[in-house]
Design a protein around this ligand. Sequence first.
Ligand SMILES: Nc1ncnc2c1ncn2[C@@H]1O[C@H](COP(=O)(O)OP(=O)(O)OP(=O)(O)O)[C@@H](O)[C@H]1O
Length: 262
Amino acid sequence: MIQGNDFVADGLRVSLGRRVLVQPISFALPRGCLAAVVGPSGAGKTTLLRALAGLVPSEGRVLLGGQDVARMPVRQRARQLAYVPQGEAVHWPLPVRDVIALGRYPHGGADPRRLQAGDYDAVSRALDDVDLAPLQHRPVTELSGGERRRVAIARALATAAPVLLADEPIASLDPYFQLSVMALLQRQARAGALVIVVTHDIGLAARFADQVLMLLDGRLAAMGPPNAVLAPPKLAEVFAIDAYRADHEAQPVLVPWAMRSA
Ligand SMILES: Nc1ncnc2c1ncn2[C@@H]1O[C@H](COP(=O)(O)OP(=O)(O)OP(=O)(O)O)[C@@H](O)[C@H]1O
């Protein structure tokens, strides 16, 4: 049943010329949920996430709390939907803290050096959340790829939006920070946000996600709890792999194990 605070994709479709990148997709996700979008390369995950964020022209509707996101004023939309792009590069040597402060822009905090107390606190919290406080005055161009990834995540967190859309947020992170960021995103969800994460890591998706959306060739091949979606027949059909499945500390363990021959 669709609730008033749900995030709803209603017949969302993306095409470029005559090429359909995302077939009409419909789903509803509640706030308080961590959802993982998985699927092979080219399945349409980034395109779907960008369409949900209103960053690519699409047909159909995206509703948040019953409101059509496309009809929201831009600032309101930016306060409601925070977005972490894939492989984002910042080319200017801005201090880490100033880049994260850009997340407050939709709230009116235009100048990172003259933030209101609430904006300043949100930036400090986001810095702590991703363990970057010690690097806050370093130019972002002098950080490693994984550190920059955490800056991008912190910038989105600083917005404190009810919906957080993150495209491969853990892709360039070491194992410690992969776990740390997934746990952080799970905490954001438990605190009432809806978090939608695109990831190639089906193991961490199985462990942390409440819902999994599995894409194949631009369509929603499956959606549901990880145990149901990341099951052997679906993994074989969609990823052409066999996986090792077990439990550890009452949590699922899922490891891609062998390619299946065609
Ligand atoms: N600007 C574009 N012009 C033409 N085709 C595009 C464009 N952007 C994406 N595509 C195509 O759309 C399809 C979906 O791309 P998308 O980036 O959404 O896939 P993905 O599932 O996120 O892949 P990956 O896991 O490799 O990041 C791919 O076949 C891609 O080649």
